[in-house]
Design a protein around this ligand. Structure first.
Ligand code: PMP
Length: 288
């Protein structure tokens, strides 16, 4: 793999030279937030949405934003340019910085500035992913994450374990269940389709407020599809006409199997592939 140029605290440098302190609170306490913005045609998809959610996550954790939106956009674009990204992702992480010692108490932001790291992930063929034609398999697992899943923290151990459980079961991902209802996928929002109706859990502290979710629901309504934001069970999902997920890096991806049971004939239906097409077309038009 080519050596990437990455960004750390105001500087661009080769990835091998990029270093963060062992006292960084992101490393010691998962005290940090992140965003993933996708790149298509060398342009950023929904940068504004990600910048707004980043601010929301920082506010919820009482972290001062160390970088203005304009500067952040500039860094994203510069990394795309320096690394020649046509299709891929930009990963951004901001932590509460590196105090002099490990301590549960938050450090003084005056003396301990946040750590800001950005790097690119080159993914040629991201939009033309063959998995979108095939559809993906999910299993259901208990949702044992903390109660503020609306904050996009780097606390990703359980989602990572969920992906491993899925892999072990021969599936692609896991949908998490709380009190009998699906919350979301390990790294995506979850939907079912019944007739012309798209059903997805309403926004709350229980799920991440997906940037792709917001766009897809808007496009669905513009295309005269009905959207119902409510809880659904995994049993209801197994009986649905279709199911799909959304995220910044997978866009819209059909789900064709749940807990080993095919949905319908086990191939992607009409709604999810159509939404994927609309999402990709419309997002490309306004990418910056
Ligand atoms: N839920 C979770 C738990 C996620 O990790 C993600 C992706 N980071 C999403 C939903 C989808 O959010 P977005 O569309 O903003 O990528």
């Amino acid at each position: 793999m080519n050596m990437r140029t990455v960004y750390v605290n105001g500087e661009y440098m080769p990835e091998a030279d990029a270093k963060v302190s062992i006292f960084d609170r992101g490393f010691l306490m998962a005290d940090g937030v992140y965003e993933v913005t996708s790149v298509l045609d060398g342009k950023l998809i929904d940068f504004d949405g990600h910048a707004v959610r980043l601010q929301r996550s920082l506010d919820a954790l009482d972290m001062a934003n160390p970088i203005s939106k304009d500067d952040l956009l500039e860094v994203h674009r510069e990394l795309v340019r320096l690394n020649g990204i046509e299709e891929g992702m930009i990963y951004l992480q901001i932590t509460r910085g590196a105090p002099e010692d490990r301590d549960f108490v938050f450090p003084d932001p005056e003396t301990t500035p946040c750590t800001v790291v950005l790097f690119t992930q080159n993914k040629p063929g991201l939009a033309d992913n063959p998995a979108a034609k095939r559809g993906m398999k999910v299993i259901s697992i208990d949702d044992i994450r903390w109660g503020r899943r609306d904050i996009k923290t780097v606390q990703l151990l359980y989602p990572s374990m969920g992906k491993m459980m899925a892999k072990k079961a021969g599936a692609d991902d896991a949908w998490m269940i709380q009190d009998g209802f699906v919350t979301e996928g390990t790294s995506n929002n979850a939907y079912i389709v019944k007739g012309n109706k798209i059903i997805t859990r309403a926004k709350s502290n229980d799920i991440l407020h997906g940037i792709t979710r917001a766009a897809v629901l808007r496009f669905a309504q513009e295309a005269q599809m009905e959207v119902e934001e409510r809880n659904f069970t995994i049993e209801e999902a197994r009986e649905a006409d279709e199911a799909f997920i959304t995220s910044a890096s997978t866009f819209v991806m059909p789900v064709v199997e749940i807990d080993g049971q095919p949905l319908g004939d086990g191939t992607p239906g009409k709604v999810a592939p159509r939404l994927r097409e609309i999402y990709l077309d419309e997002s490309r038009k306004v990418a910056i």
